[in-house]
Design a protein around this ligand. Structure first.
Ligand code: KIV
Length: 272
């Protein structure tokens, strides 16, 4: 449980704005299943992202591209069943909004109807303005995502720091302002220089949530499995491990294997 006492009141888009205005930082983590979502929610988190990073951490893919809309809906609905307080945002997967703005609204409507989530998130700037406009018009809260947008990894040629040059930084600032004008309720900024993260957060009224975007933004998001230390193979500079659960899990399972092989499990208190 966080030392920052979370009240039991549901986190809404209005509340996010109020938090930004009050200078209260927003804590966000990913989750993909009921059991972990329940634990994350009980810890006092403000926002839970059902990220398409599920493709990586749940399914073992090397990019987020393969995950489907049906699979995101399955993860989203599982998370929503475990959450009482946090605002739940479901990622729109690759291919569910890029082909046409109409398809984007249809995909967003399916996510909202079939998961019970509070908002959707999609990646990109000018290429998705029309999609965002129509989704917002349908009454669906949208979280934008700029900077390193992993669904475009092949175009970027890797997971590199984005918007390093002045021209790219300027473009990102402009796109962030347009996303706010189009009605986005929050914006995720991934892997950009910290000074640019601060500039965007200062410029916008909606909350700006960073992952590798420095400390002067309105909140932070990390992938749950990464910050819990469940995958030792992944260590970008922005990642802080708040636990080493990978070791704890392997060691607990090792003890179980030994107990089964030694016939010390089950004992007489554990059988009928
Ligand atoms: O899919 C995801 O987990 C994300 C975060 C990294 C922001 O989009």
């Amino acid at each position: 449980m966080s030392k920052h006492q979370a009240d039991g009141k549901k986190v809404t888009t209005r509340r996010l704005i109020a938090m930004k205005q009050a200078g209260e930082r927003i804590a966000m983590l990913t989750a993909y299943d009921y059991t972990m979502a329940k634990l994350v929610d009980a810890s006092g988190i403000d926002m839970i992202l059902v990220g398409d990073s599920a493709a990586n951490v749940m399914a073992g893919h090397s990019t987020t591209l393969p995950i489907t809309l049906d699979q995101m809906i399955y993860h989203g609905a599982s998370v929503v069943r475990g959450v009482k307080r946090a605002m739940v945002v479901v990622d729109m997967p690759f291919g569910s909004y890029q082909t046409s703005p109409i398809e984007a609204v249809q995909s967003a409507v399916r996510i909202m109807k079939e998961t019970g989530a509070d908002a959707v998130k999609l990646e990109g700037g000018s290429a998705v303005y029309e999609a965002i406009r129509l989704i917002v018009q349908a009454g669906i809260p949208v979280v934008g995502h700029l900077g390193l947008t992993p669904q475009s990894v092949h175009q970027f040629g890797g997971y590199n720091l984005q918007a390093k040059e002045d021209a790219a930084a300027h473009k990102l600032l402009e796109e962030a302002e347009t996303l706010e004008r189009l009605g986005c309720c929050a914006l995720v900024l991934e892997k950009i220089p910290a000074v640019l993260g601060k500039q965007v957060a200062d410029r916008l009224e909606i909350p700006v949530i960073g992952i590798g975007a420095g400390v002067d933004v309105d909140g932070q998001v990390l992938v749950l499995q990464d910050m819990l230390g469940l995958d030792e193979g992944f260590s970008p500079k922005f990642l802080r491990r708040f636990a080493l659960l990978g070791e704890a899990v392997t060691s607990a399972i090792g003890e179980y294997v030994d107990a089964v092989k030694d016939s010390t499990f089950p004992n007489q208190n554990e059988w009928y």
